[in-house]
Design a protein around this ligand. Structure first.
Ligand code: HEM
Length: 398
């Protein structure tokens, strides 16, 4: 993606995020107590907000912190103000409680099947997690099963491109994803234009037929909306599942409690707290729409700003001195895993259902979930957090 704003030169004492584990780097850069540093400059000259109050404040102040950070069409992520409100209303209609709950049965079947394919030795992110993310997403969108392997291959390439930091490679991978989306949308669009309405329209069909803006969406708009529902989500969901599985594997008391049975709301609370402690969805970009002062530091109009959710979610000012202390109900109100403000994640109910259904399927099919100590785990690197590889043993239920 090409940024609209040229970064300032790298300042002295800048924090380095690239190549580092975002959780450790975020903690180190933010600090705590008297050495707490909630606003810092990164090596590429942009600002990064690391404190809970600062990240939350910037996300809520969308007049000062614009989301128009990319020259590419990003619906609704890259929009501000009234234009964002219009598109957000369109998007939200696909994530109502009724829409999401309709998916429970199909998701449960799909999750059980994926878990059955991965019993024994597996990688909770690179194998199980990715397959789970792709399977549930294709079920939701009504995409053909044959696309699964292509999407998995794309995830691999996307991860390599992100790690390389090479814009040309990232662009090529983004174009490949758009081509995958177009391969699904094109034939359906053509059928719709021939007046062949599907008997049982899925989410993709409905988006193609969506006229809630008073006109049909263009191909470019449909691709942009679907890209924001899928490209980011696939990787995030696999990483989120990895973080939750890691916690379950390393915390026998929690595993036992979950196996004994908890309500869906309790399970969702546990999932959220696992993600707060180790938030794999690291950061989102903004650009200062005017000069704005944060914690005594002035950010000039046009400068780029990163909202570091992972660091904010471990700030002692919000969560106490032990960021790892596990307290689902006590920490829920301040948890920023899903963002806050006008851009707060619309996919949260869907992602929560996916994660809860996946964890439930894992617990049902196993007697025990353990880390596979014979194979090393690997942490993610900025801009992606959590675990990159997490070998585990899914011991089948007796
Ligand atoms: C898997 C775990 C997920 C996490 C941790 C996550 C997290 C977030 C966060 C923190 C934001 C705020 C971005 C900002 O303020 O700039 C966001 C926005 C967004 N998320 Fe998610 N998300 C997840 C899954 C999903 C899913 C499943 C979907 C849709 C299928 C989705 C669609 C979106 C969209 C479209 C936005 C932009 C909303 C807007 O700009 O109004 N996300 N997400």
């Amino acid at each position: 993606m090409t940024d609209l704003h040229t970064p300032a030169p790298a300042p002295d004492g800048a924090v380095t995020l690239a190549g580092a584990d975002p959780r450790a780097a975020g903690d180190a850069a933010r600090g705590a107590g008297r050495s707490r540093c909630p606003v810092a400059r990164t090596a590429d000259g942009s600002w990064v907000l690391l404190g809970h109050a600062e990240v939350r404040g910037a996300a809520l102040d969308d007049a000062a912190f614009s989301s128009a950070v990319s020259a590419h069409l990003q619906l609704p992520n890259g929009l501000d103000g009234a234009e964002h409100t219009r598109w957000r209303a369109l998007v939200d209609r696909y994530f109502t409680p009724a829409e999401v709950q309709r998916l429970r049965g199909p998701f449960e079947d799909a999750a059980r099947a994926v878990v059955a394919e991965h019993l024994g030795r597996t990688d909770a992110v690179a194998e199980l997690g990715r397959r789970m993310a792709v399977r549930l997403m294709t079920v939701w969108l009504g995409w053909p099963r044959e696309l699964e392997d292509e999407l998995l291959d794309w995830m691999e390439q996307n991860q390599a491109a992100t790690r390389s930091g090479d814009p040309a490679r990232t662009r090529a991978v983004a174009e490949r994803f758009d081509a995958i989306i177009r391969s699904v949308v094109g034939p359906r669009r053509a059928a719709a234009e021939r007046g062949e309405a599907p008997a049982d329209p899925d989410v993709t069909d409905r988006l193609i037929a969506d006229d809630s803006l008073g006109r049909p969406l263009t191909d470019e708009e449909i691709v942009s909306v679907l890209r924001n529902w899928t490209a980011g989500d696939l990787g995030s969901l696999a990483r989120c599942l990895g973080v939750v599985v890691h916690r379950i594997a390393e915390d026998p008391a929690l595993q036992e409690r979950l196996r004994a049975g908890v309500t869906e709301a309790e399970l969702a609370g546990v999932v959220d707290e696992c993600l707060r402690v180790d938030d794999p969805f690291v950061a989102n970009r903004r650009v200062a729409a005017r000069d704005v002062t944060v914690a005594g530091t002035t950010i000039a109009a046009g400068e780029r700003v990163l909202l570091h959710w992972t660091a904010a979610n471990r700030d002692a000012e919000a969560f106490g001195p032990d960021a790892d202390a596990f307290d689902p109900s006590g920490h829920a109100a301040d948890n920023l895993v899903w963002g806050v403000g006008r851009h707060v994640c619309p996919g949260r109910p869907l992602a929560t259902l996916e994660l809860c259904v996946a964890v439930t399927a894992l617990l049902e099919a196993t007697g025990q979930i353990r880390r596979d100590e014979e194979r090393p785990a690997e942490r993610g690197e900025h801009p992606v957090g959590g675990w990159r590889r997490l070998p585990v043993l899914l011991e089948p239920a007796a």
